[in-house]
Design a protein around this ligand. Structure first.
Ligand code: SF4
Length: 96
């Protein structure tokens, strides 16, 4: 199972973390992210990467704030429950 985060839709309710605490974490504003992505997010906050991102956006090559991750089989049940219960459809699951 793969899960995609559409962070623009997240209202920071915390439900997904309750359902799948090993999969979903939050940034400083309470917006969902995958565990393990904190280092990447911190790096993205650096001036250098912001500059690169701006340039990518200008050329329309940048992705949205969506994040996607393969969920380990042992965590699929909890992750699936989080996807179903997310009130704003900020989480999307797929089997490929
Ligand atoms: S359940 Fe949905 S809205 Fe709530 S924190 Fe998780 S992704 Fe955001």
């Amino acid at each position: 199972m793969r899960v995609k985060i559409i962070s623009e839709r997240c209202i920071a309710c915390g439900l997904c973390h309750l359902e799948a605490p090993h999969i979903f974490d939050y940034d400083d504003a309470g917006i969902v992210r995958f565990y393990g992505s904190s280092v990447k997010q911190k790096l993205e906050q650096t001036e250098l990467l912001s500059s690169v991102k701006q340039k990518l956006e200008q050329t329309e090559l940048a992705e949205t704030n969506e994040l996607e991750q393969e969920i380990p089989p042992a965590e699929e049940k909890q992750a699936g429950s989080a996807v179903k219960k997310c009130p704003t459809a900020a989480l999307k699951a797929s089997n490929h």
